[in-house]
Design a protein around this ligand. Sequence first.
Ligand code: C2E
Ligand code: MG
Ligand code: MG
Length: 641
Amino acid sequence: MSQKWRKWLGFQSYDEYQKEYYIRTNLQSGIYLCIIVSVLEIWMLYNVFKNMITHEISRTTRWYVSHISSYCVLLFMALIMLWYAISYLRGKKLSRRVGNFLICTFSLICVLFGMYISRMDFSKGEQVLSFLTMMIFVGCLFAWRPWISLLINGISFLAFYYIMADVGNISYALKINYFIIFISIFSVSINTYEQRRMNVEIDESLEASNIRLRELALKDELTGLYNMNYFYQEADKTIADESISIPDMIFLFFDVVNFKAYNEQYGFIKGNEFLKHIAELLNDTFPNDIVSRFSDDHFMVLSTHPDVEAKVSDIIEKISNDGEDVYIGIKVGAYKPVDRDCNSKIACDHARYACSQNRQAYNETYKIYDDKMRRTYHLKQYIINNIDNAVKEGYLRVYYQPIVDANTREVCELEALLRWIDPKYGFLSPGDFIPTLEEFRQIHKADMAVIDIVCRDIREVLDSGLRPIPVSLNFSRLDFELTNITNYLTEQENKYDIPSEYIHIEITESAIIEDFAELKSAMNSLRTASHEIWLDDFGSGYSSLNILKDYKFDVLKIDMKFLEHIENSEAGHTILKSIIDMANALSIVTLTEGVENDSHAIFLRDIGCKYLQGYLFGKPAPIEDFKEAVKSGKYHLKKTA
Ligand code: C2E
Ligand code: MG
Ligand code: MG
């Protein structure tokens, strides 16, 4: 038999959802049926008893009394069925088999009751409405599989036909009428079933889509782990759960090291498999904990396991062995919440932060968020949230460090170095806030503030009749991306009427490593506007001499690391000398940073370095201190400056 016909006749088997759907709708119909039957039977019984008490017992009442037991059986069955249906639909855990059994038994009793009463009526020459009513109830209200419906209707009508034939003469017209009613009830019952079948199919597919959507909203598609939002929800519930003690909880952030390289080497498919493997490993290692994939190669676990560190080491070991040609490893950051006020998002941020702190160290793989991190973390948040305020309130200050001529030691330039003097955190050096401002792409705000202050200071110097000294400003590579820093500089120079020769721009070597068209064109416009361009920190990173070929610099600032331990290093001397010779050959002026003692200064002068900068000549200080030092004769300004 084809699938279509099997379905139409109701031979197919039901899945869980369909079984539940059919029993629920049948119980729902059963409630209406039971209420109608119960009300009718109670009314009948009431009438019987009322007649028995108030009147002489009539012939009809005597008839009723003789059939009272059949009423009672039907009423009793209807009440049991009603109780069961209500309890089941209200969610009580009751057996579905018992439910189906009750529906069948109740239907059977209804039909038998109908036959019994109608046989009596027929024998008295009355109509057989009782049987027909019960057949309508049972056949049309409940949804039967069509083949069952055919059996119920066929057997019942045939049986009743023989019962009637036994007690009276069935006319031809009556036979035709009964047959038509049989056909009608059977077709309505098939129709009822068909409609329910269609409904259940629609409902089921909607439910399946809902489940899928819910899963998508909660789960990560690739690994099947919970996603970040769901993790936050569940973690918040765990934190609030009084039955779990706070010291037992730990947030773990897992970051795969070198995953990008792995992806590039083996392709995305293998990369995805690797992520799935990590997900399985985490699930197996933390079976009763909340495990989630946050993004890319980042996973988060909230564990209440007592021996987390051993489990983490186990994972680190297993993952580290996985890389074939590409080194692959895992770094873990952990955070232990302190009380129930802890917010899961912040806890995850802390764990992530702890992880980021061990990223650089090759052999450090597991780090717990501690007090020192707490301070830097809070400072970081503070800086991001307060940069605008710091600019507005003047917490950003510019300190000036002298740059001297190597031969005469006269001050010929100043480097503007930023400080943040904060009412809450006190004195902050650039190292405390510049990397954060760069990370959160806010550095241009600080550098624009420096331009402002420096222009104002130069104007004040010019107005007071003192000899002005050119100032070098440090620009971040991001300044060129985040704002039009060149335009801003020109605007401020115009505003304060400062000749552009007084401002030089330092661009750090690491900013130029990648070829960056915007930077190149910005450098060209700066040069067109008569600004000198200096290459800062030369030799600090993986310097490429190509920089000197591709870009034009006026001054090469040699990084202070070349002077570290140079006293005992023949090679150190040679390298410095070669750099200076090379710069001189390229007609680039040289400046060495970090000059802390006289022997450095003499050596640099002797090998031809033009400018020197370092604590030997002066530390960065506010403009007032610098003016004071000039006045007191500590600093001599270069005549031509
Ligand atoms: P940099 O531009 O290379 O500045 C030189 C750094 O070396 C300054 O540190 C200075 O105080 C320090 N220094 C100078 N002489 C000596 C010395 O003899 N010995 C030692 N040990 N250190 C010396 P500072 O002021 O902490 O600035 C650090 C870095 O922060 C700067 O390095 C620069 O890259 C960045 N920076 C400072 N101000 C700004 C700014 O306004 N904007 C941007 N984007 N970056 C800035
Ligand atoms: Mg500099
Ligand atoms: Mg430098």
